[in-house]
Design a protein around this ligand. Structure first.
Ligand code: HEC
Length: 199
């Protein structure tokens, strides 16, 4: 019995070494299996600090989350002219429903979609909506259009991780998925009283 107990830590060490070895092998395979093509460059495989922290089995501790969120908050580009919601909600609707873009055949910046419906309900008449994110039906009707709500929403669209470090929501502005003008159209889709989101 004693012998087995003494051997157990050794077995654990060997297991950890094996796992590290496997991780390195998988990373190498990933690197060599993909080819850079057009805008799809290999740096997409490199995790930034926040992706790394949020890919570990446990979420980072509260202090780390706060530090990561503050760094993300500093990346948000606010509209220089203060125009947050003056886009065209009809354009915003197209962007919200489109899931295309970011492939190697796309030029950049291109007409990327926001893919919002993959995760959110928005227009109640649209039956195909995901549930990973909360429903955004009636967004401005429920929350109002105060400066605070409008600014928070812009920031959330630009860089969702500024408000929740391990958010599943893509960082649209920061990640160059959507342009400032596209984000303004999506903002109009969320805030314009004429938008079906608020009907
Ligand atoms: C891959 C899933 C995913 C996609 C795609 C996505 N979101 Fe989100 N979104 C989330 C999740 C999850 C949350 C909940 C809070 C969090 O963890 O960030 C959220 C939160 C939000 C919020 C804040 C809601 C609140 O009550 O505070 C807004 C606004 C929002 N999303 C809008 C959008 C828009 C607009 C798009 C498209 C441009 C979009 N999201 C695309 C997953 C997603």
């Amino acid at each position: 019995m004693k012998k087995i107990l003494m051997l157990a830590p050794l077995a654990l060490c060997a297991g950890a070494a094996l796992a590290a070895d496997l991780d390195a092998k998988v990373a190498e395979m990933m690197k060599t299996s993909f080819k850079a093509n057009g805008i799809a460059s290999l740096d997409r495989q490199v995790q930034d600090e926040i992706q790394k922290a949020c890919s570990s089995p446990n979420d980072p501790d509260a202090a780390t989350m706060k530090r990561l969120e503050e760094a993300q908050l500093a990346t948000i580009q606010w509209p220089a002219d203060g125009n947050y919601t003056g886009g065209d909600w009809k354009e915003g609707a197209k962007i919200a429903i489109s899931g295309r873009g970011l492939t190697w055949t796309d030029a950049s910046p291109d007409n990327n979609g926001g893919g919002c419906y993959n995760c959110h309900a928005m227009d109640p008449a649209e039956v195909s909506a995901g549930t990973i994110g909360p429903s955004l039906v009636g967004y401005a009707k429920l929350r109002g259009s105060s400066e605070e709500v409008v600014k928070y929403t812009w920031g959330k669209l630009w860089n969702a991780k500024a408000y929740n470090a391990c958010s599943n929501m893509p960082r649209n502005g920061y990640g160059k998925i959507l342009t400032e003008a596209q984000i303004r159209h999506v903002m109009a889709y969320l805030f314009d009283p004429a938008s079906p989101v608020n009907k």
